[in-house]
Design a protein around this ligand. Structure first.
Ligand code: MN
Length: 703
């Protein structure tokens, strides 16, 4: 029966007494938190976290990982808050527990098999501290070891998830032993019959082969002894799931796979590996083409070893792996090997845990670079540990991979261009969120779209994907073009009307001739140019009409502004005109038309230049909200902002911005930006404000 005392004894071989005590405290906390809860097997719940911690103790993990293992189900199963753990055991342990809980909450079951790889990546991306993954793997390992008590349905689900998600993660991290156990236990739960049959066959074959195995082992040991090499020879057994995969994948018969005799020779240092290789090649003839030097060229996850196959006596093939003890440790424990420091304190790796993970990555990377092949490794491991991507779900459970920092708008464009173009809002994990919020791995993102909605130029400030950027620009360009054409047509017609003509009254040949003169293809190109302010409507009109008339008088009657012109028409910030104000339009090249107050000082010099400014009026049915800036001087009083706001509201106005500076102790000056429909509306707002007590003066600000 495992107990905390037995575990503490083992821990004291490599942890200090203070650290062992912290682990004990975490155990007792968990015991109390889970009090009354039982595992399916009937045992007290706390036996599970204790077993998980014990698995991590085998890997010599640090005390914080062990504490997190003790507490890993506390948030999930007992409703104790992360903050409570934080104040009891510190921020780091609380973060670890929280990370494990989040992984546990991820629901893999309904997702397509093809997404398994993305799930692996997502799990990695979610765990900012690699220890979260290690605790989770240990948790899963214990659950797999005790899987039998669960119902068939649940058992298969967990086994499938283990095979598809957790075994590959263990593999990526080089944790061979954990992966093998995941695979064999998972296979057994998924296919109990097949697993049992292979197990029986292996057992039988082993019995039959015992004699040969012993003989080979003896001759290998003898051969090392003759050369004065110290090495440990052991028979190697293939794991059940590995045999099954070989039978399926390579379509080999069971006997073919089992007819291979596998051994491992472990020595003290790298030189010795090559000496052993020479010795065994001397003993039996090597099979050509089967020698692999993974010491010089390590595998992607850092695995190092020499592999060779020999023709043994009677021609039986013998597979041999030769490696150092260190390589063996790395092959079995992978990233966890970095916690496997021996008892004395000075050997402990320095720095945080991520530093350890980086150290592992760095180590493997160096091996790869020395071998001149780092690409595969970078692909498969580094990215997973220090991800540059976020992984999020669509509402239907599909996983989308996006660059770090991506927002809902990037997500929308990644789903489909139309979704991006018509998106107006988003929900992240079912709550409304700003479109600009950077997405976190594991979130579910839902886009709210509206037909006819258009991309907002402001999105360009926060999108990170090229796709989103390109499509927003493109959509804006198209929108701008159609709006420019529309405005250009109205501008041109207005001038033509002044001459008792109109665009549709001009003979098509005349228009064609003029497009030729301007080197333009379509009439739309010309209208767009006019709308954008690159060409003057007045000049174009004169040229269009010049065959019919001579000198033309200045056209009369202003163009009416409807408020729906869009991007090609803007309202000057200097004088903020609103419907009802006398206005003029200033055409600036490329920017379209800017509407100013007739009295605006900024345009006083060009107001009478018909090539730069045109008379405008407001259409009767002008729509929209227009901002005006008001300056209110009033006696200082409590709740002054609230008073102002409610008066503006009472007049159906809307405060867009408010700022206040105190003149002296008694008088305050408040700057308000209020949105109104027109002058009449503004007058109503001002009247309401004036009715407030203590108001001294209200001024509309304009240049
Ligand atoms: Mn658990």
């Amino acid at each position: 029966m495992p107990s905390i005392d037995a575990l503490a004894d083992r821990l004291s071989t490599y942890l200090g007494p203070d650290q062992v005590n912290l682990v004990r405290r975490a155990y007792f906390y968990a015991e109390q938190a889970h009090d009354g809860q039982r595992r399916r097997s009937g045992e007290a719940y706390v036996t599970h976290p204790l077993a998980v911690a014990s698995i991590l103790a085998d890997m010599h993990m640090d005390h914080q990982s062990l504490m997190a293992a003790m507490l890993h189900d506390v948030i999930e199963d007992t409703g104790i808050a992360k903050e409570a753990l934080s104040s009891q055991f510190g921020e780091t342990v609380a973060e670890l527990v929280d990370g494990v809980s989040k992984l546990t909450q991820m629901n893999f079951e309904t997702k397509a098999e093809a997404q398994a790889e993305n799930f692996q990546k997502m799990a990695m991306a979610m765990a900012r501290d690699i220890r979260v993954i290690l605790v989770k793997l240990a948790d899963r390992l214990h659950n797999m070891r005790t899987l039998e008590v669960l119902s068939g349905e649940k058992r298969r689900r967990i086994a499938k998830e283990t095979l598809e998600i957790y075994a590959p993660i263990a593999n990526r991290l080089g944790m061979h032993s954990v992966r093998i156990e995941f695979e064999d236990l998972g296979f057994k739960a998924m296919y109990p019959m097949r697993s049992a049959r292979i197990y029986q066959a292996v057992k039988r074959a082993r019995g039959n082969r015992k004699e040969i195995v012993n003989k080979i082992e003896e001759s290998l040991s003898h051969c090392l002894a003759v050369d004065g090499i110290e090495g440990e020879v052991s028979g190697r057994q293939k794991h059940i799931y590995g045999i099954y995969k070989k039978m399926r994948g390579k379509r080999r018969a069971f006997n073919e796979i089992m007819d291979v005799y596998a051994f491992r020779i472990i020595v003290d240092k790298v030189d010795t590996c090559y000496r052993v290789l020479g010795a065994v090649h001397n003993l039996y003839k090597p099979l050509p083409g089967r020698f692999k030097d993974y010491i010089a060229i390590p595998k992607a996850n850092g695995y190092q070893s020499l592999h060779t196959t020999l023709f043994g006596m009677h021609g039986v093939p013998i597979e041999i792996q030769i490696r150092t003890r260190e390589m063996e440790e790395m092959a079995n424990n992978g990233i966890a090997a970095h916690w496997l420091y021996k008892s004395s304190d000075d050997e402990k790796p320095k720095g945080g845990t991520h530093a350890r993970a980086r150290q592992w990555v760095k180590g493997v990377l160096e091996l790869q670079q020395r071998a001149g092949n780092s690409l595969e490794f970078i692909e498969s491991v580094k990215i997973d540990l220090f991800p540059d991507e976020v992984y999020v779900f669509t509402p239907k459970g599909r996983i989308m991979e996006l660059p770090k920092g991506s927002t809902a708008v990037d997500f929308a464009y990644a789903v489909h261009t139309d979704v991006g173009n018509s998106c107006i809002a988003c929900r992240i994990n079912r709550r409304l969120a700003p479109l600009s919020e950077p997405l976190q791995s594991g979130s579910t993102v839902e886009i709210v779209s509206a037909p006819g909605a258009r991309p907002n130029p402001a999105w360009l400030n926060f999108v990170v994907t090229g796709k989103a950027r390109t499509h927003i620009r493109h959509a804006l360009k198209l929108q701008r073009r159609s709006e420019s054409i529309n405005l250009g047509e109205r501008l041109l017609n207005k001038v033509l009307n002044g001459f008792d003509s109109a665009l549709d009254k001009i003979p098509p040949e005349r228009i064609q001739a003029m497009l030729g003169e301007y080197r333009l293809e379509l009439i739309e190109d010309l209208l767009e140019d006019i709308g954008l302010g690159n060409r003057m409507a007045y000049v174009v009109a004169r040229r269009l009409l010049s065959t019919e008339g001579e000198q033309l008088p200045n056209p009369e009657g202003p163009l009416a502004i409807r408020g729906t012109e869009g991007l090609v028409l803007s309202y000057a910030k200097c004088c903020t005109p609103i419907p009802g104000d006398p206005i003029v339009g200033h055409l600036s090249a490329g920017k379209g038309m800017v509407v100013h107050l007739e009295s605006c000082r900024n345009i006083s010099e060009i107001r009478h230049n018909p090539e730069k400014c045109i008379q405008l009026s407001w259409a009767k049915d002008v729509t929209g909200e227009f901002n005006v800036e008001l300056r209110v001087e009033l006696e200082h009083q409590r709740g002054l902002i609230a008073l102002l706001a409610s008066s503006v509201n009472a007049a159906d106005g809307n405060i867009e911005k408010i700022s206040m500076d105190e003149r002296d102790g008694r008088i305050s000056v408040v700057q308000l930006v209020v949105s109104v429909h027109d002058r009449v509306h503004l007058a109503r707002v001002i009247k309401k404000l004036r009715a407030l007590t203590g108001v001294i003066r209200i001024t509309r600000m304009r240049a």
